[in-house]
Write a protein that binds this ligand. Structure first.
Ligand code: NAD
Ligand code: FES
Length: 280
């Protein structure tokens, strides 16, 4: 199914944008934790993006991406009104959300946008939502305003101290857990190193910890095996068994290795794309 970009907002110049896409069937069915696969043109690869928000009445979904390779660089070159060849979704299993008391939702960098939809789900289920968000610096911090509109508490850190607490999200998380042992779940979305560190931070507290994994995906529907991850010693496919898993059971070292496997080819592909752009 093709889709049109209804609205585009550049959040971090050249690096991150927020797209509102017209996709009424997906907007009607999507729940927190779901993702979509986008293919920009007939020679393009399919890329997975977690749904950051939905508006079923307007028939729209919101996705936020980080420019990391050729496909996201091409996506960044599109403008409002442009069409995208196809959008497939909602994919994956939605977040398991139950009413349980206080849920702490941790987001790092562009992962904050995806975490926002999960945090909203906890809020709508009647849970007390504590948001903990972090970025390298103030200009890279996303979705603070959106989260403030419903989170009961919002704690912010930046690596360089330009806004909020100086340091990493895990430092705020540890302090928050020490203060309040009644937290029933921690959810984390962001870089792999952050999700691994969140899982190690919560382990001594014995708090259920859910992480949203971002392995390489090819088809997004469980046929190719590209997205396989090890969880509790078992092989799982993130696209159909996840993308959310128990953070205390995930083999993060293997995930890091698999994410790095095509880095040279990805860089080469991006370099060639940028060179062609300059030549034209
Ligand atoms: P980043 O590297 O700038 O990190 C953002 C914040 O995460 C940091 O400010 C810090 O607070 C925290 N962090 C990072 N490393 C940490 C560590 N080792 N220990 C504790 N805290 C740490 O983030 P970025 O460059 O914006 O990258 C965002 C990542 O999120 C990308 O890798 C992207 O693939 C991933 N992502 C995942 C999903 C998903 O659904 N799983 C969605 C969107 C983005
Ligand atoms: Fe192919 Fe998951 S992306 S099996």
């Amino acid at each position: 199914m093709s889709t049109t970009i209804l609205h585009k907002k550049n959040l971090i110049p050249g690096k991150t944008s927020k797209l509102t896409l017209y996709a009424p069937e997906i907007a009607a069915r999507a729940r927190p934790g779901h993702f979509v696969m986008l293919r920009m043109h007939d020679k393009g690869e399919r890329i997975p993006l977690t749904i950051a928000d939905i508006d079923p009445e307007k028939g729209s979904i919101v996705v936020v991406y980080l420019v990391v390779g050729k496909s996201t660089a091409f996506l960044e070159s599109l403008a409002e009104g442009d069409d995208i060849l196809d959008v497939c979704g909602p994919l994956g299993r939605p977040t398991h959300i139950e009413k349980g008391g206080t849920a702490v939702c941790v987001g790092g960098g562009t992962g904050i946008a995806a975490m926002h939809h999960i945090a909203k789900g906890h809020f709508r289920a009647g849970n007390r939502v504590v948001g903990i968000i972090g970025a390298r610096s103030k200009d890279l911090l996303l979705f603070e305003k959106e989260l403030s509109s419903f989170a009961h508490e919002l704690l912010v850190s930046t690596d360089d101290g330009s806004y909020g607490r100086k340091g990493l999200v895990t430092e705020l998380l540890r302090e928050r857990l020490e203060k309040d042992m009644a937290v029933f779940e921690v959810v984390a979305v962001g870089p792999v190193s952050m999700m691994a560190a969140v899982a190690e931070t919560t382990r001594p507290f014995g708090v259920r910890t859910t992480v949203s994994l971002n392995p390489v995906m090819v088809d997004g529907i469980g046929m190719c095996g590209a997205c396989r991850v090890s969880v509790g010693g078992q092989t799982k496919f993130a696209c159909v068994d996840g993308p959310e898993f128990d953070g205390h059971q995930v083999d993060f070292a293997e995930l890091r290795r698999r994410l790095a496997a095509y880095r040279d080819q990805e860089k080469l592909s991006l370099d060639m794309y940028e060179r062609r752009l300059h030549e034209n």
